[in-house]
Design a protein around this ligand. Structure first.
Ligand code: MSP
Length: 488
């Protein structure tokens, strides 16, 4: 296992407040960060998230609210920071693309790209270009991707623009990218996404697809000024992707040297091309090592429908936290939707999980065990000196390292169910009635040991709950307050 661990989320656009999709990626990254902190120590783990604040989309949004772009960005970034706090997110840093520490380094990056050569050819070239620009994507799109002339994701008509931009010659990197991705030197997970990227690169190698991309945009004011252009700003994706290294203090700060290359970059499938092709190509051009793993998760619908403002079904994670508690939301998202696959978010299913797995499962276990320790053992117990949890802990760690969060949780709940059943069957209250006190104590020592083992494994997923459980087992133990009160 590597000695340090650096995990990132995408930096989110601030044209809207955070929704449940943003929360999903951020919670998953938080679980990894907390898990690796347990394994490697706090100082050896770094978890970055942040906000993507420049570009046409944000500029237009601020204007529509009659606000100065920076003022608007400050308000929205604060909302993200606050939301992550509510969700118990333990990020070590929060990067904003309007931070001067970021802007200065992006200038350095584009200056280096301007000079860079790869396989003996200049990486950047200038070209006059006519294309369809989708502001929602902040990207040029192909005519063949449109449905009835509209962007299928944003339902908007892209603008036809003719402009002179600086372009990045992705062509130069195609063969090397195919190689590092195929060899897993730059690992893309799940494998279906890796295959998708490799076949796109192969198309590009044949010349059927052009993956060159603009690194500058003229006439866009809200951005980082291109140092070698007049009236141009750095293309917002080049600006945004750079955050993963600028936040560490690339190139010479200690944090950068300690944590780069990233161990895990988490993204949704919507931004695969940017992270699996543009970003590693930029890094190769700059002679910077590539991230170790890019994990691409799926998208979820809301009760079977696409989440959209027009449908009015956008879910604010803070509302879910207010109703069900932070850890219940975290548990539901990672238990019910297989990480890496598409899924569906449904409040009804969240409620079902809350009642069956949390209130009747974990909550009931903690409540009855603490109750019996208080009642039959004067609040005292002795922990087993060796691991006795009836689950293959090796499998647990393997599954976690492979991002199979749903299976990790399913494993733990199997144990919770087994112990709850054992308690029913062995009915320690009957033994106590018959005066078999020693036997009852032994059994409770066993169950407390298992509960506390589960508690440690569960900490990355449900940090608030596991803290409460640890407190409830401080001796002398008293019957715990319900962890998951009945829903009204
Ligand atoms: N700003 C860019 C990313 C730049 S990273 C250098 C961006 N921002 S975004 O606000 O649109 O966030 C996209 C990300 O939000 C997705 O990649 C995914 O992580 C998350 N999700 C947004 N909607 C989602 C779902 N419906 N389901 C799951 N995740 C979703 O793109």
């Amino acid at each position: 296992m590597s000695k340090t661990f650096y995990v990132t989320t995408p930096i989110y656009y601030i044209n809207d407040k955070p929704h449940i999709g943003h929360a999903y990626t951020t919670i998953a990254a938080d679980v990894l960060a907390r898990y690796y902190r347990q394994q490697l120590g706090d100082a050896n783990v770094r978890f970055l998230t942040g906000t993507d604040e420049h570009g046409q989309k944000i500029e237009a949004r601020a204007k529509s609210e009659n606000k100065d772009a920076k003022m608007y960005a400050d308000e929205m970034a604060a909302l993200y920071v606050e939301t992550w706090k509510t969700l118990g997110i333990s990020n070590n840093d929060f990067i904003r693309t309007t931070d001067s520490r970021h802007e200065e380094r992006v200038v350095k990056i584009v200056n280096l790209l301007k000079e860079a050569e790869y396989h003996g050819e200049k990486v950047l070239y200038q070209d006059k270009y006519t294309g369809l620009y989708c502001v929602g994507h902040e990207s040029f799109v192909k005519e063949s991707d449109l449905v009835d002339g509209l962007c299928p994701d944003h339902k908007t008509k892209p603008n036809t623009v003719t402009e002179t931009d600086w372009f990045f010659k992705t062509k130069l990197f195609i063969d090397d990218l195919i190689k590092v991705i195929t060899d897993d030197k730059f690992q893309i997970l799940p494998i279906t996404r890796k295959n998708e990227v490799v076949s796109l690169l192969k198309e590009a190698a044949k010349g059927t697809v052009n993956l060159d991309f603009a690194i500058s945009r003229p006439n866009i004011k809200w951005g980082i000024k291109l140092p070698f252009g007049d009236n141009e700003t750095v293309y917002v994706w080049v600006d945004a992707l750079s955050n993963y290294i600028t936040a560490l203090g690339w190139p010479d700060e200690k944090t950068y040297q300690k944590f780069w290359p990233a161990n895990a970059q988490l993204i949704g499938k919507d931004i695969l091309k940017f992270h699996a092709i543009y970003w590693p190509a930029m890094l190769l051009a700059l002679d910077i090592p590539l991230p170790k793993t890019l994990f691409v998760h799926g998208f979820f619908t809301i009760d079977g429908q696409k989440m959209s403002k027009t449908l009015g079904n956008v879910i604010d994670p803070k509302d879910m936290v207010a109703k069900y508690g932070n850890d219940s939301l975290r548990y539901y998202l990672l238990r019910d939707i297989a990480f890496g696959q598409d899924g569906d978010f449904s409040e009804t299913k969240l409620k079902e999980r809350y009642t069956s797995d949390l209130a009747n499962g974990l909550g009931n276990l903690v409540s009855r065990v603490t109750n019996m320790v208080e009642k039959y053992c004067d609040g005292k117990y002795e922990l087993s000196t060796k691991s006795i949890i009836p689950v293959d802990v090796k499998n647990f760690h393997e599954a976690l390292k492979e991002y199979r969060f749903d299976q990790v949780l399913a494993h733990l709940w199997l144990v919770i169910d087994v112990v709850n059943k054992e308690i029913d069957e062995q009915a320690p209250w009957k033994l106590a009635k018959n005066g078999e006190v020693e036997k009852v104590k032994q059994k409770l020592n066993h169950w407390v040991s298992i509960v506390l083992e589960i508690n440690e494994l569960l900490e990355p997923f449900m940090p608030g709950t596991t803290e409460k459980i640890a407190k409830a087992f401080e001796q002398p133990v008293k019957k715990a307050e319900p962890l998951f009160p009945r829903l009204t």
